[in-house]
Design a protein around this ligand. Sequence first.
Ligand code: NAD
Length: 479
Amino acid sequence: MNIKNYINGNYTNPASNDWLDNYEPASGKVYGQIPNSSAQDIEEATAFAKAAFPHWSGTTLDERSRILMNIASGIEARLEELAQAESRDNGKPVSLAMAVDIPRAASNFRFFANAITQFSAESHESVGLNAMNFTLRKPIGVVGCISPWNLPLYLFTWKIAPALAAGNCVIAKPSEVTPMTAYLLGEICTEAGLPPGVLNIVHGLGHTTGQAILEHKDIKAISFTGGTKTGAHLAKTCAPMFKKLSLELGGKNPNLIFADCNYEDMLATTVRSSFANQGQICLCGSRIFVERSIYDRFKSDFISKVKELVVGHPSQEKTNLGALVSKSHLEKVEDYINNAQAYGGTVLYGGKRVSVAGYENGYYLEPTVIEVDSNDCKLNQEEIFGPVVTIMPFDTEEEALALANGTKYGLSATVWTQQLDRTMRLSNALESGIVWVNTWMNRDLRTPFGGVKASGVGREGGFEALRFFTEAKNVCIKY
Ligand code: NAD
């Protein structure tokens, strides 16, 4: 199946006729090709986006909202097809794509269709000076949205929906590793009545297509989700051009488990927060710290539960873990496991490739639990982004906090305790953008979403996203 770019409402081939292979992780086979778009394609897409901007930015909020609602319904109407496509492209279980990825993509559009009708700006009366200030929130113009492979349509639409709702025209690039659902989104947008040129979806590699988006002078803002190293490169490229930047980057999220927690709830959720989507969610809790008095019990119960997880073909209903996203990613994750000893840990369970009958070349890996005795080791400091967690005991709350904060990252943290005062102390002191207490991945789309330290700059979600995708202009009137 050949994927095309979606530019000005039409599906087109890349100008250079340069194509990349698209792999199916479950079988390791090439199943299609995607454009490797060049600066010429970005130039063309941007010209159409610029031409569409005056009309789209002047469209009433009701009308914008109606079209975004149509897109949400269009995604829902094709739930099964999109879930199958996401699973085939990414290797994730179809059941996960059906329950999470695709419904959430629809929710993103529905949420911002509603949010834009409630978005407002402030006014400030300069009392005694006979002046009135009011703020206009103007769409930026043409903006770039660049997303990763782990939750392909979910994260792609998390950027596109607020950008469009705020009145911008968009040049969007999904990951070259998982382009399929982004490709299908074009069709849905056309059917929903989105005018041509308002959303343009271009495919290709980061250093070709992505780089051309960064460097285009008329693309005024970039919303990016991906790795920390790529984020640093984006910042370096975009800063001298004074582009607005939102960066959602990597994580190494701590999971603090105290002896007073609701044990069964914690255990079930911790298995999920470790291995959902093969551990390839930026919010997965990859460093598990457990209070020493329950450490041995946890270790044994956790490993028993992990042993029950089924690694298998993504289309099988009983599959808990599908395939990892690519061969190179599988090899990267395996490097951490194979060198666990040298990198500071002991593999307690898992670590081996899984051969799935009929799909022997797929990228399957056992869920892996590694015990470490220090937080300073490579296994606890580097983002592995696969089905691998480390476990380690702690003695005091102070020590747990220091361990949690002891990385360069700061995306999310999970705390398991029944104590209110401890909850409050830790919620205040944890260096992360998101703190979950006695839960995980519990999302309300109105809340600010993002990380601190090397996990990013800026916040997505709710009105934060609409603020990012608009410029504030103050108007002062003397009377
Ligand atoms: P990546 O940084 O390799 O790629 C992300 C996107 O950036 C892709 O579309 C890629 O083509 C593009 N890109 C790469 N180089 C570029 C360049 N020079 N110019 C412009 N674009 C470029 O990340 P990935 O491997 O696709 O995704 C995994 C990473 O994403 C992990 O680190 C994970 O933690 C992170 N992530 C973060 C969040 C979050 O919300 N903070 C969510 C999901 C994933």
